[in-house]
Write a protein that binds this ligand. Structure first.
Ligand code: NOJ
Length: 556
């Protein structure tokens, strides 16, 4: 039997605070709002909360541009209310994880302001400042992911600084030992306060290639990526953080690794002495209806989704631990992408069952548990997200018309995940008594927490029951993973096995009736059906014909 481990057994709820719940009536979600919802969060049967950044930030990238790592954004509250939330969470058995964004700071962070003052300023080397190549030419040809080229010129210094994301997100020079001391200091600050770990933002980008060479090949919006992704030094830095800080606390870390493959992930998370992170967030399964970015769209393909999941399940088995998710603040709502708005509840349950019962630690994003949908906005100007505007600009430069670009944004924008949480059918979905900072989807009268709270068939209660079941059944946490029918375009079927127990998960991703026959050796009538999203679950000849987005889970 595998050694028990709390972070393997937990499930995590992600909060993007600005849109979660407004407690002081200014229209912006805040920590007073979170405090008032702690019982709700605990009722989901999750064991921890990951907060997207709560720190002071000019919001060029809504919190992922930090101007003070040891404080709370005044929109959200202050350290006092944060401590109340932390204590309140702990009292309810919920751990608390902070977002650690140390690839870059805000350009309004005091370190950056100092670094601009002169080449001899002690903070100058906290960032990548370089001379250009002749007049008006940046030091290399790298692209930023959010805003044209990756370099911004400063007239006073006659130097350029590197920003892999927006101009307001200068990259920290992690090669400078003083910067690493700062990171360790930030970690200690929160861990000493009682925080239980970190989600580490684009952690695979924190080392840049010696000499910052230009890339030979130009790629749209990604030139130079190979020179700042997964370089060997990332491991050294993470090992240093672990040995100097994290090892002294009972905490956990999950890294974010864009364009990650399992063998590379294992170099970070493999059980043993070289492990530097507990888990790695990967994006493979987020590309079943798009290519690299949500903006380059293609029709949803279940086989792509299954392949991605299965690849990770197999590669990590017995070696490392998976982070499982279907939504977060960076992706549109999953029912609108992979499911069906028409069969919202049915497809919502089918999608949930297809990842919650896999091997790994599941993350649930605010609003996912009630089946919130995408919110198409009427014009590009209404979008707040910087990445949406960057992608729109690129799409326009490639010759796409305005209305086509708007349609892309409506489907792909991260803002789909950032509309206000729908608590009830009260004005503004019960999110605020003031005027909401961002859109509330009109469907809130129907789709909200209150209407699902006491309905045993609601999506909300399915999430609760599924997560409770995971707690009660070690086969879900520690079992192996075997996929069936990998070639089916409609059904996602897998089993889990542990110590004589078997779980069989059958999820349809189609409106159409599809005949399912139990895999050889499995007799459905010998098992107990523990979940389903329809009444009357007959079994005929050891199988059944699915109803739209039907999901069944059997325990043997
Ligand atoms: C990944 C975060 O999840 C995303 O929201 C952010 O824009 C980038 N990293 C930059 O910090």
């Amino acid at each position: 039997m595998e050694k028990k481990c709390w972070y393997k057994e937990m499930a995590v709820y992600q909060i993007w605070c600005r849109s979660f719940c407004d407690g002081n009536g200014d229209g912006i979600g805040d920590l007073w709002g979170v405090l008032s919802k702690l019982d709700y969060i605990a009722s989901l049967n999750v064991d921890g909360i990951w907060f997207s950044p709560l720190y002071p930030s000019p919001n060029s990238d809504y919190g992922y541009d930090i101007s003070d790592y040891k404080s709370i954004h005044p929109d959200f509250g202050d350290l006092e209310i944060f401590k109340k939330v932390l204590d309140g969470a702990h009292e309810r058995g919920l751990r608390v994880f902070m977002d650690l964004v140390v690839n870059h700071t805000s350009d309004e962070h005091p370190w950056f302001i100092e670094s601009k003052k002169g080449t001899d300023n002690p903070y100058h080397d906290y960032y990548y400042w370089r001379k250009g190549k002749g007049k008006k030419r940046p030091p290399n040809n790298w692209d930023s992911l959010f805003e044209g080229g990756a370099w911004e010129y400063d007239k006073n210094l006659d130097e350029w600084y590197l920003h892999i994301f927006s101009k307001k997100q200068p990259d920290l020079n992690m090669a400078n030992p003083k910067v690493r001391e700062e990171v360790k200091d930030i970690m200690r600050f929160w861990l000493d306060m009682g925080v239980d770990g970190f989600r580490e933002d684009v952690i695979t980008y924190i080392s840049k290639a010696e000499g910052l060479p230009s890339a030979k090949v130009k790629l749209p919006a990604a030139t130079g990526m190979q020179y700042y992704t997964n370089l060997p030094k990332v491991h050294d830095y993470l090992a240093e953080f672990k040995h100097d800080v994290l090892d002294f606390y009972d905490c956990f870390t999950v890294g974010e690794g864009p364009r990650m493959e399992p063998d590379v992930a294992l170099s970070y998370v493999r059980e043993g002495k070289d492990k530097v992170l507990d888990m790695m967030i990967n994006f493979s399964h987020m590309e079943a209806d798009c290519f690299i970015t949500d903006f380059i769209q293609r029709p949803f393909d279940l086989i792509k989704l299954k392949k991605a999941f299965t690849k990770w399940q197999k590669a990590m088995y017995g070696k490392g631990w998976n982070a499982l998710y279907m939504e977060n603040h960076d992706h549109p709502r999953v029912i609108s992408r992979y499911g069906s708005e028409k069969y919202r509840v049915e497809s919502g349950k089918s999608i949930a069952a297809s990842y919650l019962f896999q091997r790994g630690t599941p993350f649930v994003y605010q609003g996912q548990e009630i089946g919130m949908l995408n919110t198409p906005l009427g014009s590009l100007d209404e979008y707040k997200d910087i990445m949406t505007h960057n992608n729109a600009r690129i799409a326009r430069s490639l010759g796409l018309g305005k209305s086509t670009v708007l349609k892309l944004a409506q489907k792909a924008s991260r803002d789909n995940a950032r509309t206000c949480m729908q608590w009830s059918d009260a004005p503004n979905a019960g999110f605020t008594e003031g005027s909401p900072w961002f859109v509330v989807n009109d469907n809130y009268r129907k789709i909200n927490v209150e209407s699902q709270q006491n309905d045993p068939d609601s999506l909300l209660n399915f999430y609760r029951d599924a997560l409770q079941f995971r707690r009660d059944n070690p086969v879900v946490v520690y079992g192996d993973y075997v996929e069936h029918l990998p070639k089916s375009r409609e059904l996602f079927v897998y089993e889990r096995n542990l110590a004589g127990k078997k779980l069989l998960v059958i999820c349809s991703y189609s409106e159409k009736p599809v005949r399912f026959d139990a895999p050889e050796g499995i007799h459905l009538d010998e098992g107990k059906q523990v979940f389903g999203n329809y009444e009357n679950n007959f079994v005929i000849s050891n199988g059944f014909t699915t109803r739209p987005y039907e999901m069944r889970v059997y325990l043997f």
